[in-house]
Design a protein around this ligand. Structure first.
Ligand code: 2AM
Length: 563
């Protein structure tokens, strides 16, 4: 692997005043941009403390370059159930290999971002932290793990950790150069004033059902007006939406608990029911809540599952049960407002791939979202945010939004490069944006879309737009896979294999390959199909095909936005 690091082996970039500032390498593994944002904040803080920060994605650093780095901050999220984020996969392959070099010269600290709602909490950060130590690098401070509400913990980690590197310098007698006047490093990225903590209260101007009434799914198209917010986004970014919970569920909880809606909660300004509506997750039970219910009610089945079962057994028991179900199952349990709120997790935004290009739609941002709805035990239930969008921000209503950058998921910088997009179902969202973007840019590169769902008659969303893009020649190729319109199932990956020779030719011509949508099944099968196409039409062995795919990833020509 050759180094694509900005500073290469030199570990002390020159300061503007001619002095040498000690380099602080801030390496991030990021799926949705949160870790990248923290890395940039850490770099800004490092700069103000007399370091010359260099920010890189983990995959842009090879292990020899790493061995030459003296000071390293790693900020990484974890993807799915304990996996490396896409832009840290190659780094991890090299770091975990037997051939990885010793890192005796490296001092490091790791910040891991994660979600306690998933298995493998902060796993990527834990693995990197352990491996760096195994290779002889010196941990300047124990790793810190953050849950979804990471901002304050991350800021505290940055503030606490940087001085420890400075102290290390002192011990080694290489104190940082004092001349910190305007070190010559990348200018700080302009951060939007709208973020998770301060979302923009936008007007929803369009809420339209895309899939027909006979579809098994309810997929909707939304447009938010940006007005004079200054909110900026790019095709490929995601939009964070702060939902408000279902008032009917709040009422049912208030009534089950027998707590007055206006009851005070210690340390909170808002009354009880208001907190449930705006501030806490009241659908999915937290681990703390489940444990407490078990402790207080002693439900035999639940106790058995918690004590003797594994994660799968607990998931099976919990299937379809929300916080209210657990309370109704255990009528003997009484909780005070303080106790109940103490067992809930803070309400989180949901992020959706943006389905518009700002070039084609100045003044608005579009989403393509499937509403999650089901009914059980005589009660209608729904996804917190998808039903908030569908039912509760009425047209013209307001919703808190902010942009979640996805800098690695972009149309090719080269307008001539071929672009292949696999996006069944709502996975089409970013590709609608990409195609609009390419059209607005007058990009001449060829475009190929693989799209599908269950039935053509009810699920061919954006059919008119896609048809027009085909007619105009913007879409060079369009392959559709409607799985249930014939006896045998046909999926997007089948279409890839059927058209393998041409697909391989597009890759050979410098094509970029994109996938968006279901991570657990579709994206894995598409990955397998891609390997198969490359092996067959490139006449390559399995290993050679895998190397070909690795090369695509390294060149940022195989990009995924999967969930
Ligand atoms: P199915 O439900 O008919 O099996 C969106 O949900 C579409 O993805 C549906 O057409 C669904 O087909 C299809 N799908 C299901 N499993 C898939 C897989 N492993 N790979 C690709 N598409 C799949």
């Amino acid at each position: 692997m050759s180094s694509r690091l900005v500073v290469g082996g030199a570990d002390a970039p020159a300061a503007a005043g001619g002095g040498q500032l000690p380099a602080m390498h801030v390496l991030y593994g990021s799926q949705t941009g949160n870790a990248e944002g923290v890395a940039e904040d850490a770099a800004a803080a490092a700069r103000s403390q007399g370091f010359a920060p260099v920010v890189s994605a983990l995959d842009d650093v090879d292990t020899d370059a790493l061995a030459a780095m003296q000071r390293v901050l790693v900020v990484t999220s974890t993807y799915g159930e304990g996996e490396m984020p896409d832009n840290a996969e190659l780094f991890w392959q090299a770091l975990s290999a037997e051939t990885a070099p010793r890192l005796e010269n490296t001092d490091f600290a790791v910040l891991a971002l994660g979600d306690t709602g998933y298995d493998g909490y902060c796993q990527a950060g834990k693995m990197i932290d352990t491996r760096l130590e195994q290779l002889g690098a010196r941990r300047v401070t124990p790793r810190v793990d953050c849950d979804v509400d990471y901002e304050d913990t991350a800021a505290a980690w940055v503030a606490d950790t940087l001085p420890l590197f400075a102290a290390v310098e002192g011990i080694r007698g290489e104190s940082p150069v004092a001349d910190v006047a305007e070190p010559e490093t990348k200018p700080a990225r302009k951060r939007s004033q709208w973020n998770r903590k301060n979302p923009y209260g936008s007007t929803l101007s369009v809420n339209r059902r895309l899939s027909s009434d006979t579809s098994a799914k309810e997929i909707r198209h939304y447009e938010f007006a940006l007005a004079d917010s200054g909110l900026e986004y790019e095709a490929g970014d995601a939009l964070g939406v702060m939902p408000i919970n279902d008032p009917a569920l709040v009422d049912a909880l208030v009534s089950r608990l027998g707590i007055p809606a206006d009851a005070a909660v210690t340390g909170k300004e808002r009354p009880f029911s208001d907190l449930l509506l705006h501030a806490y997750e009241i659908s999915t039970p937290s681990h703390e809540f489940i444990d407490e219910i078990e402790k207080r009610a002693g439900d035999e089945e639940l106790s058995h599952v918690l004590r003797h079962g594994d994660k799968e057994a607990l998931d099976a028991w919990l299937w379809g049960k929300d916080v209210l179900d657990l309370l109704l199952l255990e009528p003997s349990v009484t909780l005070t407002a303080d106790e109940f709120v103490g067992l809930l997790k803070p309400l989180q935004h949901r992020a959706y791939s943006i389905s518009s290009s700002p070039l084609a739609n100045p003044g608005s941002v579009h989403l393509t979202v499937a509403s999650v709805r089901h009914s059980s035990a005589g009660r209608d239930r729904g996804g917190v945010c998808s039903t908030f969008l569908a039912d509760r921000i009425a047209d013209g209503g307001s919703g808190g939004i902010f942009v979640s950058k996805n800098k690695s998921f972009r149309v090719p910088a080269n307008d001539d490069a071929p672009m292949i997009m696999v996006g069944p179902g709502t996975g089409i969202a970013p590709f609608r944006a990409f195609l609009q973007e390419r059209q607005a840019r007058g990009a001449s590169g060829r475009n190929w879309l693989f799209f599908g769902d269950q039935h053509r008659a009810s699920d061919y969303i954006y059919e008119d737009e896609i048809g027009a893009m085909s007619d105009s020649g913007l879409l060079t190729r369009l392959d559709l896979a409607f799985s249930r319109d014939q006896a045998e199932k046909i999926y997007v990956q089948n279409r890839m294999v059927e058209n393998g020779a041409e697909l391989f030719a597009w890759l050979e011509d410098g094509g970029h390959f994109y996938v968006c949508g279901d991570a657990t099944r579709m994206a894995k099968d598409v990955d397998r199909a891609l390997h198969q196409v490359i092996a067959t039409h490139g006449t390559l062995s399995t290993e050679q095909a895998a190397d070909y795919v690795t090369k695509l990833k390294k060149e940022k020509r195989y990009l995924r936005d999967v969930y």
